[in-house]
Write a protein that binds this ligand. Structure first.
Ligand code: SF4
Length: 463
């Protein structure tokens, strides 16, 4: 039997930021129990695969990856966890070289599985749970505090898990259960810890607009943000994806008056600009409700990174429906879009809907929207030239991310310290936008940045 300390473990993540956060917790818990995390998959004895199940293709991709790991090094033992493992545990358990399946994201269960493999306890496959909402995979998010996100400038700060909505195309509720919010004090403690390593923290979750609803107090996403701004100085916060209808006036006011401490960036899933498609998708908002909120956002925040997810070729989508989406995209000040052709997911309502749209047409509609989005992004980038920006650095300081979610090249600056925010001016180069960094102000601490104004006084109490 090999001592736990001698077991190099590689962690591989599919899926969203929430899943990436979960992997960090799995890594931290496994390390605390003696495992040695390695970024080099070839050097690992064990590979933990944190899966995604957003589409059937995502399930298939995880299986392909597992087969590849096995092919490349037959001795590597694999622990499968995450969303796809909730729904397809038996399929993973039947795969060669899968030593253990954990249905969900519980870091303690994953660490137990890793140590079980190290101890040579044979296959530990936690089967028998019904895929669905009642399974024990609905682990509480817990009070354990994540220390850092390995190797990254920006930290993920998970504030809730699960979702109470029932969109027809989505399996996330089946895989992750109903919305559960973390206690505000745990979030503040974790933000404090993460702020020692990361100059920007992204509030992540599955449905962050519902933060606090299950806590039975007056806490909400906006009030949580006020606490974070007051208690964690000199860090920029950014919101993960948030539904347009859940952005209230207070949230907009906080972003507007935060002096850049809340990044002026909102990613508001749209999915379709056609009311009939939205109805079939079981979305709760209309085209007009979305449009109105997007216009309010743009009025309140003239300089904002505004993004959306769109699905093309949802069952029954006609060319007229698609043109409704195109017109809405043309009208609204999006700075980028994530556009995907509809991909069926077993077990969802959408997978049983009639009138499938041929893949070729769904693909063409996606391409049309992507071209439109690229042109909108190009125009926005050009309009930002000559303006100041506070950035986080990426790629060893060669690239940067602005508050309004533009990725740009970096020039100038005396230091390229990835552990703090930098200020600079955006310039248009021959090829693209770049940021010319200013020298850091020596009078400020390592987390501060001279261009970052103190936020104006907030208009509500954080009580
Ligand atoms: S929550 Fe959704 S997107 Fe994230 S990993 Fe799970 S299935 Fe994939």
């Amino acid at each position: 039997m090999r001592p736990p300390g001698g077991a190099p473990v590689h962690f591989h993540t599919f899926g969203c930021k929430a899943n990436q956060y979960d992997t960090e917790r799995m890594r931290q818990e496994s390390q605390a129990r003696g495992a040695v995390a390695t970024n080099d998959r070839g050097a690992a004895d064990i590979c933990v695969v944190n899966t995604c199940t957003v589409t059937n293709a995502a399930d298939a991709e995880a299986k392909r990856f597992i087969r590849r790991v096995k092919r490349e090094d037959p001795r590597t033992q694999i622990v499968v966890a995450g969303c796809s493992a909730v729904l397809r545990a038996e399929e993973y358990a039947g795969m060669e070289s899968v030593a253990s399946v954990v249905q969900g994201h519980d870091p303690v269960e994953v660490a137990n599985a890793v140590l079980g493999v190290v101890a040579g306890r044979g296959p530990l496959v936690q089967l028998g749970m019904e895929p669905g909402l009642a399974g024990s995979h609905l682990e509480p998010i817990g009070a354990a505090i994540l220390d850092r996100r390995e190797g990254a400038t920006r930290g993920w700060l998970k504030i809730q898990d699960g979702c109470d909505r029932k969109c027809a195309f989505c399996a996330t509720r089946i895989a992750r259960g109903a919305s559960r919010s973390r206690a505000p004090e745990d979030i503040v403690r974790e933000a404090h810890q993460l702020s020692r390593h990361h100059p920007e923290l992204v509030l992540t979750g599955i449905h962050i607009g519902h933060y606090g609803r299950d806590l039975g107090s007056s806490i909400s996403l906006s009030r949580l943000l006020i606490r974070l701004l007051e208690r964690i100085p000199d860090v920029r916060f950014r919101l993960g994806s948030i539904e347009a209808t859940e952005i209230d006036g207070l949230l907009l006011e906080l972003i507007r008056t935060s002096g850049g401490r809340i990044a002026p960036h909102l990613h508001m899933p749209l999915q379709s600009g056609s009311d009939s498609v939205l109805r079939r998708m079981k979305r709760w908002h209309t085209r007009e409700a979305y449009r109105t909120r997007a216009v309010e956002v743009a009025d309140a925040l003239p300089r904002i990174g505004l993004g959306a997810d769109i699905i093309t070729g949802f069952p029954g989508e006609t060319d007229t429906d698609h043109q409704d989406t195109v017109r809405l995209v043309e009208e609204l000040p999006f700075t980028y879009l994530h556009v995907f052709p509809f991909s069926s997911k077993d077990g969802t309502e959408a997978s049983a809907l009639p009138d499938p749209v041929p893949q070729r047409i769904a693909g063409e509609r996606s391409r049309e929207l992507r071209v439109l989005a690229q042109e909108k992004q190009r125009r926005y980038r050009v309009s930002r030239a000559g303006e100041a920006s506070v950035v986080t650095l990426e790629s060893e300081g060669r690239r940067a991310l602005t508050g309004d979610y533009l990725r740009v090249q970096v020039k100038g600056g005396e230091t390229r310290d990835l552990g703090r925010l930098h200020s600079g001016v955006l310039r248009c180069g021959l090829d693209d936008l770049y940021v010319e960094l200013r020298a850091a102000s020596p009078s400020r601490g390592p987390w501060s940045v001279s261009a970052m104004e103190r936020p104006e006084r907030f208009h509500v109490s954080s009580a």
